[in-house]
Design a protein around this ligand. Structure first.
Ligand code: ASP
Length: 600
């Protein structure tokens, strides 16, 4: 090794020892003859001093050091002079008094600061990802990711799980996204699909008798990207035989609780994990990915407004819409421009408008809040009974602000979910150190796909219906409940999972309901249906997203901050410049031809 110790590991106990260190120049200061270097490697930073009097040669070499040079230094570990200790650094009580030094490699001036966490333009930090990863925060995120995965492996091993790899060159498995395709050279005109998930393979491993499988699995989905999406991402894919819903949920609860307690003990977990039905979460939060760290729950005032004089409310209800809102504490005095901003936010998510009803600050009748009619545009349409009904429904207090949306249920839910999140953030109601995991259960099995004119799966086609609802598959598919569960944390969906169909007849019936014809079923899922004839254990599983989990544990807002080499919003890797063109010879080998307008 070119070094005897790591920069970050040196402490008081090492005083008097001669050490050789190697790393990057994090910072360089010249103090009237003495040169100070903060030397950095993966484990941390240590201060090195070069004295022109005691070590003139080393000092002269240090004079040439610049930030990000790679250097090697030999020197003695010494106590820092009193008053110069740095309590912020774990090595802050000591410094290395250099005797020898060597430049192992020079560096150009980096395109952004490595030693300060100041913002860097997206394109630049992705292009120079290897430099961005030198930053403390990013480095720590990747180290955290390593610890999380290591913990999960040990935990699952202790529970009897077997880690098994499944192929990347495989066949399409529907998870609701477009496939990435890979052309076959050996079979002209044929394509592999990259797995959207190892779903069918893990089910086949259950048929094979492994009983408890897991994999830190890479999945590929060609869909539009958002802050928490990447074209390729990592799941903790797991599957178990002879289980029901409770077994999977209890396993996850134990896994995540012990993971947080061990790996990020500074975070708190809400225990036990609450379970909400799909219907309840939609009613209370307008979404099945609720952030339950704060209140501001949605209330439905439709029944109070059925005979409203306000035409918008009345017609919305007549057209099957809903009137719902949230009560924001102590915000009645919001000025007009702030209300206007909230209205614009509501409109950007599809609302036609937003009705603000400030609750009066002064209460004439103690214990009885009322709407401030002077500040409520629709006040003249509200009867005393309606005002009373609204205030009671929201349990509003003087000085609160009611934000009401009237529209079709989907829009009302969407808009209030967004407003609720926004106000939660704005009012600092969100505890950043709390991890509020929640299980969502009792999903419907199917949802009507208007564009395609047939049923689509709420989760995926392999999800089992509730036993007692199977007869409804013919008569009332919309009423069939699924054995499907989701796990959500702090408003972010970590995973869906389910108990699976394990019977050929039922699986075929569901494929038919989902619009697949006989030929498609045979072509796409024949292997699974065949397997279902050879003794299949009842089984189920789930696949929490690792990128999102580490993002939450690291307190980051985007999964890109916890992935070593992510792609940008248009699925491009700016560092290596992928995707890129390939040669005509490569295309010929694959029997592929570009459309003329794409040929350069
Ligand atoms: N394959 C599913 C997904 O990727 C997870 C599961 O059902 O286990 O969402």
């Amino acid at each position: 090794m070119l070094k005897t110790h790591s920069c970050g590991e040196l402490r008081k106990d090492h005083i008097g020892q001669e050490v050789t260190l190697a790393g990057w120049v994090h910072r360089r200061r010249d103090h009237g003859g003495l040169v100070f270097i903060d030397l950095r490697n993966k484990e941390g930073i240590v201060q090195v001093v070069f004295n022109p009097e005691t070590s003139p040669v080393a000092h002269e070499i240090a004079d040439g050091f610049r930030n990000e040079y790679v250097i090697q230094v030999t020197g003695d570990v010494s106590r820092r002079p009193p008053g110069t200790e740095n309590p912020k650094l774990p090595t802050g009580e000591i410094e290395i008094v250099a005797k020898e030094a060597e430049i192992l490699n020079t560096a150009k001036t980096p395109p952004f600061y490595i030693n300060e966490d100041v913002d860097v333009e997206d394109n630049i930090r992705l292009k120079y990802r290897y430099l961005y990863l030198r930053r403390e925060r990013l480095k720590n995120n990747l180290l955290l990711r390593h610890k999380v995965i290591k913990f999960i492996r040990n935990f699952l091993d202790s529970k009897g799980f077997v880690e098994i790899e499944t192929p990347i060159l495989i066949k399409s498995t529907p998870e609701g996204a477009r496939d990435y395709l890979v052309p076959s050279r050996i079979h002209p005109g044929k394509f592999y699909a990259l797995p959207q998930s190892p779903q069918q393979l893990k089910q086949l491993l259950m048929v094979a008798g492994f009983e408890k499988y897991y994999q830190i699995a890479r999945c590929f989905r060609d869909e539009d990207l958002r802050a928490d999406r990447q074209p390729e991402f990592t799941q903790l894919d797991l599957e178990m035989s002879f289980v029901d819903e409770e077994d999977i949920l209890n396993l996850l609860e134990e896994l995540f609780t012990s993971l947080v307690e061990t790996v990020t003990p500074e975070k708190r977990v809400l225990k036990p994990f609450p379970r909400l039905s799909y219907i309840e979460t939609m009613e209370r939060y307008g979404t099945d990915k609720p952030d339950i760290r704060f209140g501001l729950e949605i209330k439905d005032i439709s029944s109070i407004m059925t005979n409203s004089d306000f035409a918008v409310f009345r017609t919305t209800l007549q057209e099957g819409g809903k009137i719902k809102g949230i009560c924001v504490p102590a915000c009645a005095s919001y000025p007009r421009h702030q209300l206007e901003e909230l209205t614009q936010l509501a409109k950007s998510f599809g609302a036609k408008g937003l009705v603000a009803m400030p609750v009066a600050t002064e209460v004439s009748n103690p214990g009885q809040a009322t709407i401030d009619k002077t500040k409520t545009v629709v006040a003249k349409y509200l009867t005393a009974a309606e005002v009373q009904g609204i205030v009671t429904k929201f349990e509003a207090k003087p000085d609160d602000l009611l934000l009401i949306v009237a529209d079709q249920p989907k829009i009302v839910n969407k808009v209030l979910d967004e407003l609720r999140r926004e106000m939660g953030k704005h009012l600092n109601l969100v505890d950043p150190n709390l991890l509020a995991f929640v299980f969502i259960v009792d999903y419907p099995l199917l949802e009507w796909n208007k564009e395609l004119g047939h049923w689509g799966p709420m989760h995926h086609p392999f999800t089992a219906p509730r036993e007692e609802d199977i007869p409804l598959l013919d008569a009332a598919p919309e009423k069939v409940r699924a054995r499907h569960y989701d796990i959500v944390c702090n408003g972010c969906e970590l995973s869906s999972g389910s108990i699976r169909v394990h019977n050929r007849e039922l699986q075929e019936k569901i494929f038919h309901l989902l619009g697949y014809n006989k030929r498609e079923i045979e072509e796409r899922f024949g292997h699974l249906l065949d397997a279902f004839e050879y003794g299949v254990p009842p089984h189920g599983g789930i696949a929490p997203g690792m990128d999102r989990l580490v993002m939450l544990l690291a307190g980051e807002d985007s999964i890109r901050e916890v992935i070593a080499f992510p792609k940008n919003q248009s699925a491009t890797d700016l560092m290596v410049n992928a995707p890129s063109s390939v040669s005509k010879e490569q295309l010929d080998e694959l029997y592929l031809q570009l459309k003329p307008e794409l040929e350069s």
